[in-house]
Write a protein that binds this ligand. Structure first.
Ligand code: ATP
Ligand code: MG
Length: 213
């Protein structure tokens, strides 16, 4: 087996990398039925904390995921090793793309770049997108915490259009469910399966699987 390596990266802090990584991993496991691993290369260890909470909430044998950590160049080796026994490897990275995130971007089959809907956030993605481009790895923006106000969305669409970056059509709203579920080591799909947040995530995963396949 050679699983797909999906790296979630964005130089800007607090853009939603860890939230997206956890949700991607759980949703991929549920939709594909294949084993999924998560790899935390962020020294902050937020995804690891989430996974520990998950073990507590669901039980150690019921997380549905494998979890590893790695730092620096060890991330490439660990990701490749995990890809031999998992259908998908999801890597969460720290906000500094030039150090720890770089090997994770280099080893990736796809890079997903969560951005909050401000033009400044679009500009902040340049370094991440360029690193991926150098490796000829497709990088896709994921608009996160999108408010329903149409004017801002329009402004953002302009900013994305002029940046030339590729963005997924599916977007995630600014929804408290994401934070609330993460605190318990689970996801919106598990905590509130019929919520708007879960529906958005499901559409996002379908779109991502469409790109991968
Ligand atoms: N769609 C969303 N709706 C509401 N809150 C969100 C959403 N996405 C993320 N958040 C919240 O935003 C904060 C930052 O998210 P997260 O930790 O995932 O970002 P990050 O990019 O991993 O941050 P860092 O750069 O520090 O690693 C968290 O409190 C999280 O709960
Ligand atoms: Mg994080």
């Amino acid at each position: 087996m050679s699983g797909r390596i999906l790296t979630v990266a964005q130089q800007k802090g607090g853009s939603g990398k860890t939230t997206l990584s956890a949700h991607l991993a759980v949703a991929l496991a549920r939709k594909s039925g294949e084993p999924v691993a998560i790899l935390d290369v962020d020294p902050q260890g937020s995804l690891g904390t989430w996974f520990e909470a998950r073990e507590e909430t669901l039980g150690e044998d019921a997380t549905g995921l494998s979890f590893r950590t790695a730092s620096g160049w060890g991330a490439r080796r660990e990701a490749r090793s995990l890809a031999k026994s998992h259908g998908f490897v999801v890597i969460d990275t720290p906000p500094k793309t030039d150090t720890d995130a770089r090997p994770a971007i280099e080893v990736a089959d796809y890079v997903f770049v969560p951005i909050q809907p401000t033009p400044v956030d679009v500009w902040a993605t340049e370094q991440t997108i360029e690193l991926a481009a150098r490796e000829k790895t497709p990088a896709l923006l994921v608009l996160n915490r999108v408010p329903s106000r149409a004017s801002l969305t329009h402004e953002m669409e302009e900013a994305i259009r002029s940046s030339g970056y590729q963005a997924l059509t599916s977007r995630l709203g600014n929804r408290t469910g994401f934070a609330a579920s993460m605190g318990q080591g689970i996801t919106v799909m598990e905590q509130a399966p019929s919520s708007k947040a879960a529906e958005e995530m499901s559409l996002l995963i379908d779109e991502i699987l469409g790109h991968i396949e």
